[in-house]
Ligand binder design. Structure first.
Ligand code: SAM
Length: 355
């Protein structure tokens, strides 16, 4: 890795990458060659592109909301959105306008992790003041919705008040909703002592599509490889690996919505002979015959997973992940290689372990 790349990664970790690039271009310092200058310009353009994309998405939703009668102002994006490192933006609105937003988000193909209708949704709106929705587009756009909460709730009322999971656990007609105060303690006891649920290794966030081929090239993926993606989301990694590299690829996932998107895409692209999507807890899967294991999960999970995989995988296999934040993989877990990856509208750092 060149000193410039290392400086860019450090600036990324400090979340100061756009300013760092602007300063470098202004001062010419450290830009020894034309290729260095090109790299810095490419990084800056990428951050600008992400910012422009987020601004466009945010304004589109705000405009639709305003047209639907919500009290929001369009085109007042904060300055920081002009340079971005990831495809995340926030929309603030009044709680009473939330129901105007839901059909707009459905139209824009955002996924909801909880039902946005019926009693569960009413409970959610009252108990919380934010929610996150995600669109599985080429970048994976993440939208955080915040609304004003007029009541400060104490711990006890949070414990007693029925929530989304209670409305999902048993579905009662509206006149019987007060009974949720009775079913809630039963559900909480069963959750605590009942059958074990698969562990959530991390929330969904898809790798931007433009990063996938460079990451696969970095790990040296070939047709002969067998690639496993632990927590494959909408299947984009395994699908691109099979399509662009031609290797066998297996994705493991627990989320039903994402599994169904993955299956549809595998079918649409005619890749069923190369791609397998397994609906299962990744912790139960034996990966001994995988030659490449792709993981995009929180670093806390990686600290446990990497040593387990290094024991389980055959010699010569590779593990690859990517992460924008400064990772602490834990003692004895340091990767064998790392690289800054700048692609069309996305940026990350990839880490490789050689078994
Ligand atoms: C950050 S996403 C990564 C998606 C995909 N690998 C990518 O890079 O585009 C992590 C995924 O892991 C899934 N997941 C979490 N816990 C899991 C488990 N125990 N077994 C299988 N998948 C799991 C989540 O549902 C989520 O879709």
């Amino acid at each position: 890795m060149t000193p410039l790349e290392q400086d860019l990664i450090n600036a990324l970790h400090q979340k100061k990458l756009p300013q760092f690039c602007l300063d470098l271009l202004k001062s010419n310092e450290k830009l020894d060659s034309e290729s260095d200058r090109e790299l810095v310009e490419r990084v800056l353009e990428t951050c600008q592109k992400i910012g422009a994309y987020c601004t466009g998405q945010k304004d589109k939703i705000l405009q639709k909301l305003a047209d639907a009668g919500a009290n929001v102002s369009v085109g007042e994006n904060d300055h920081s959105i002009s340079y971005r490192l990831f495809h995340t933006f926030t929309i603030d609105l009044n709680r009473e306008d939330l129901d105007l937003l839901i059909p707009i988000l459905k139209e824009e193909n955002y996924l909801f992790w909880y039902p946005v209708e019926g009693g569960g949704w009413e409970a959610y709106k009252r108990m919380y003041d934010a929610m996150e929705v995600i669109k599985t587009d080429a970048f994976t756009t993440r939208l955080i919705i915040r609304w004003n909460e007029d009541r400060e709730r104490g711990r006890l009322s949070k414990l007693l008040l029925p929530g989304v999971l209670d409305f999902q656990w048993v579905q009662l007609p509206k006149p019987l909703w007060p009974l949720y105060y009775v079913t809630r303690p039963m559900r909480l006891i069963l959750d605590r002592f009942g059958a074990k649920k698969p562990p959530i290794l991390g929330p969904y966030l898809g790798t931007p599509v433009s990063l996938i081929k460079p990451i696969l090239d970095l790990v040296g993926a070939t047709e002969q490889d067998k690639l496993v993606d632990i927590g494959c989301g909408d299947g984009r990694i395994v699908i691109e690996a099979a399509d662009q590299i031609g290797c066998e690829a297996i994705g493991v996932e627990i989320n039903d919505q994402l599994i169904s998107i993955a299956h549809d895409e595998v079918k649409r692209r005619g890749l069923a002979d190369k791609v397998k999507i397994v609906h299962s807890n990744a912790s139960d899967l034996l990966m001994a015959d995988a030659s490449i294991v792709f993981i995009f999960l929180p670093v806390g999970t990686l600290r446990t997973l990497i040593p387990q995989l290094r024991k389980q995988l055959k010699k010569g296999a590779k593990i690859i992940t990517h992460e924008q934040a400064k990772p602490d993989f834990g003692e004895g877990n340091q990767p064998d290689a790392s690289k800054l990856i700048v692609a069309d509208g996305a940026i990350t750092v990839a880490y490789i372990w050689q078994v």
